[in-house]
Write a protein that binds this ligand. Structure first.
Ligand SMILES: Cc1cc2nc3c(=O)[nH]c(=O)nc-3n(C[C@H](O)[C@H](O)[C@H](O)COP(=O)(O)O)c2cc1C
Length: 373
């Protein structure tokens, strides 16, 4: 039975690519060369990330865009079908699907992910979203529960059904608050003995859910000091439940041979921010989500322009590698990345930053990894 490699090598700083399935990627900018999320670009991106030794690809599930001049995230490749296509065209990288529990029936998802795991030979993962983006719920004719308690009670029931479908050989009855299922079962089971689960909750209720259920919790870094304290508390919260949880974040990379060049490109991207789209993101998040502390949101507008609020890594390869080392020192177990143009910028990152991370002991060279497997 294959083991998903997201759940092995816990000593390695995990590297993922984020949001390449969405128009604009992570940068809320109007520059004409902003990310084009065509399938051909995504396929190339996945194969390049795999060849570079990245651990995983994480898509965003988005059903309507954020408006503004560019309608940021107005075009999005749907994540289950996107991940299935990529799993069929890659050999070793893990690929996540992002699922909104309110929009996707757990019996359908159990079979989709199991099928994908067979296609990818044990490489699929699940990013669970309990819901926050109210206009999106309205576009789907759904009702976003106002309170976080109901959102995460629903997510828990959804996941309980999924886990039973994957584990239990016999049909069973399920009588819950949100789903009533008779003689339900799902075959085939996933290939891997366990699928990695990501959850990116920011609220107390969401973090209670994540520490109970997820393998990796994503958090946003506002300052390294605050992150260190928060990560320690999250890991402690999981340990109190007898669980080990990895904590990761999102970063945006502007890496060039000199600091001046990196800064110049960064300024070009943020000076051309799509302010209309950023206004909408900040407004919707403020009203409905706790992914970023509310007090910090307004101050993060430039960071949204550069990379959807991610931790900025700007400078030479040494600066970027040192920045990642600081994240690891704060207790983070990995990061997902946005690049303005993923495919153009990845080769330089691979060539210059990844060897530095190996020298710092944050990444295991691939040959060594193969020997340990
Ligand atoms: C790395 C990362 C990935 C996320 N992916 C999605 C996504 O694909 N779709 C979505 O609607 N929300 C996504 N979110 C939002 C979270 O799932 C979560 O709902 C949000 O942070 C609100 O947290 P709260 O429910 O505790 O308020 C993501 C957040 C992060 C940090």
């Amino acid at each position: 039975m294959p083991q998903n490699t997201m759940l092995t090598h816990p000593d390695e700083f995990k590297l993922g690519m984020f949001s390449a399935n969405c128009s604009g990627g992570l940068a809320v900018t109007k520059i004409p060369e902003r990310w084009d999320n065509s399938w051909q670009n995504n396929l190339k991106h996945a194969q390049m990330a795999e060849d570079a030794g990245f651990d995983f690809l994480l898509p965003i599930a988005r059903w309507i865009g954020y408006g503004g001049e560019t309608d940021f995230h107005g075009s999005v490749l749907e994540t289950v079908t996107w991940a299935t296509g990529l799993l069929a065209h890659t050999r070793s990288i893990n690929v996540f699907a992002t699922i909104h529990t309110a929009f996707n029936h757990p019996v359908v998802v159990a079979k989709q992910l199991a099928t994908m795991d067979h296609i990818g030979n044990g490489r699929v993962g699940l990013n669970l979203v309990a819901g926050w983006n109210r206009p999106e719920y309205e576009a789907l004719g759904g009702d976003l529960p106002q309170d976080h308690e109901t959102r995460y009670r629903m997510a828990q029931e959804w996941l309980d059904v999924l886990n039973r479908l994957w584990r239990e050989p016999q049909p069973f009855e399920f009588s819950g608050e949100f789903w009533q299922l008779q003689r339900t079962y799902s075959n085939p089971k996933p290939l891997a003995d366990r699928l990695p689960i990501i959850n990116a909750a920011g609220s107390a209720q969401g973090r209670e859910f994540a520490t109970r259920n997820a393998d990796f919790l994503f958090t946003t870094v506002i300052t390294l000091e605050a992150a260190q304290k928060e990560i320690g508390e999250l890991k402690q919260q999981a340990r109190a439940l007898g669980r080990d949880i990895g904590v990761m974040t999102l970063s945006s990379v502007f890496c060039r041979p000199s600091r001046a060049e990196a800064q110049e490109y960064y300024r070009y991207v943020v000076d051309n921010a799509d302010h209309g789209a950023i206004d909408n993101i900040v407004r919707i998040m403020f009203a409905n989500a706790e992914s970023f502390p509310k007090a910090a949101l307004e101050g993060l507008r430039e960071r949204f322009a550069a990379g959807h609020g991610g931790w900025p890594l700007i400078g030479t390869p040494d600066d970027v590698a040192d920045g990642l080392e600081q994240l690891a020192a704060a207790g983070l177990d990995g990061s997902v990345f946005g690049f303005v143009d993923y495919n153009k910028e990845l080769p330089y990152f691979e060539q210059e930053v990844l060897p530095r991370l190996q020298r710092k002991g944050m990444r295991i060279p691939r040959e060594q990894k193969r020997q340990r497997a």
